[in-house]
Design a protein around this ligand. Structure first.
Ligand SMILES: [Zn+2]
Length: 410
């Protein structure tokens, strides 16, 4: 197939892509745990467009959820038949978005896209609107041009990525809808050059530390036990010990070490003259592959025992989130070969493989033993106020995806 014809067609569709993305962003799809009403309406809008584009091989895998007014969380699959290579190219993007956050920080309305100087600004334009749009338009293009690619193609549009994944990716995987010989791309992280193909993510551990002493008047410290003081000692010892003990370096990652960051503090409201009886703080830990989450928890517990004894306080250690990276995708995986070819062919840039500290739903698939690449061209605006994309990046990514669908034909 002549890729020039494909690329010309995508250029022609540029304004339609912008219009499509603007319209889907205008339907807020925030999950119920973040105070939203889910993705049902957005899914209907998207499905209507898919049918209009002639992409009518649509399946729905909705999951019941009585915490949203529709009663369900939608998951859409759009399929396109290839010549029957036995393989299927699978692209997974998510429909849900995070809330806008502090409205004061926005210069425009989050759910009303502003187009300005080659940019689109709005909540969800990047995360994950750009890739959702690019993949649908790549498929539409090969449909418009009547191309029958070697491989079957399936695009999944899922719910619940920003919260639990249970009503989205988790459900699709447990139903066996993705797997086997699928060649899988999750375009939900990247960087501005569009050269990073992400193959591994760090494990994530969030720990809550609760220190309990005894509250009293600050002028009579002998009557109480200051939880804040014990907590300061504890926090700094945990910080030092984790960095000392888990200090391995892995150049695959931009930040090539495990990270251990004290982040949130929750302390009961009290006065300056009150000696605090309780102190609560959190660590956000991102572990290189091969660092067992349990080893980190045990180390924190060991230090807590020490401080407990020294300061006479009681200390609880609660892991509130743990996501283990079991299996990175290898650089010689089929998806990496095909995607690299598509990037080189389309942009002339030479991609490289690496890892990130953040998490995408690719981790769920990788932990099932599947090979998954994560790639797109973005400016890392996810979850930020004034989230934006460059329209040129969306168009270029669309061409890369169309190449991914069709290059093996030659
Ligand atoms: Zn995302």
């Amino acid at each position: 197939m002549d890729t020039k014809e494909i690329f010309d067609r995508i250029e022609m569709l540029k304004d339609e892509m912008v219009g499509f993305l603007a319209e889907i962003v205008s339907v807020p799809a925030v999950g119920p745990l973040s105070g939203g009403d889910g993705e049902a309406e957005k899914a209907s809008v998207i499905e209507r467009y898919l049918r209009k584009f002639g992409l009518d091989e649509i399946n729905r895998y909705d999951v019941l959820d009585d915490t949203v007014s529709s009663g369900y969380r939608p998951n859409i699959k759009v399929s396109y038949k290839g010549k029957g290579s036995g393989h299927r190219i699978v692209i997974i993007t998510h429909m849900d978005v995070v809330p806008p956050g502090d409205i004061e920080e926005w210069d425009s309305e989050p759910f009303k896209v502003k187009v300005n100087d080659g940019r689109m600004i709005g909540r969800g334009v990047e995360d994950n609107g750009q890739a959702l749009t690019a993949s649908i338009f790549a498929l539409r293009t090969i449909k418009d041009l009547d191309i029958r690619p070697v491989h079957d193609i399936a695009i999944f549009l899922v719910s619940d990525e920003e919260e639990t994944n249970e009503k989205g990716m988790g459900h699709l995987v447990s139903e066996g809808l993705i797997g086997g010989d699928d060649i899988i791309l999750v375009p939900d992280h990247g960087e501005p050059t569009g050269k990073l193909i992400e193959l591994v993510e760090k494990s994530i551990l969030w720990v809550r530390v609760t220190v309990k002493g005894r509250q009293c008047h600050a002028s009579m410290p002998h009557l109480g036990n200051n939880a804040f003081r014990a907590s300061m000692v504890l926090g700094s010892r945990i910080d030092r010990a984790l960095h000392d003990r888990f200090d391995r370096k892995d150049e695959t990652f931009d930040h090539p070490f495990s990270s251990f960051e004290p982040t949130k503090r929750e302390t009961e409201a009290s006065g300056i003259n009150v000696l605090p009886g309780e102190d609560v703080f959190y660590f956000d830990c991102r572990l290189l592959p091969g660092v067992p989450i349990d080893d980190v928890i045990l180390e924190i517990r060991r230090i807590a025992d020490e401080v407990q004894k020294e300061a006479g306080v009681s200390i609880d250690i609660d892991p509130v989130l743990r996501e283990t990276t079991l299996q990175p995708t290898l650089p010689d995986a089929e998806i990496v070969r095909m995607l690299s070819n598509a990037i080189i062919h389309t942009t002339g840039k030479t991609p490289y493989t690496g890892g990130i500290g953040g998490g995408t739903c690719a981790a769920i698939l990788r932990n099932k033993g599947l090979e998954v690449a994560v790639w797109e061209t973005i400016h890392n605006q996810a979850h930020a106020p004034n989230e934006y994309i460059l329209i040129d990046n969306m168009v270029s990514d669309c061409k890369v995806l169309a190449s991914l669908f069709t290059l093996d034909d030659q």
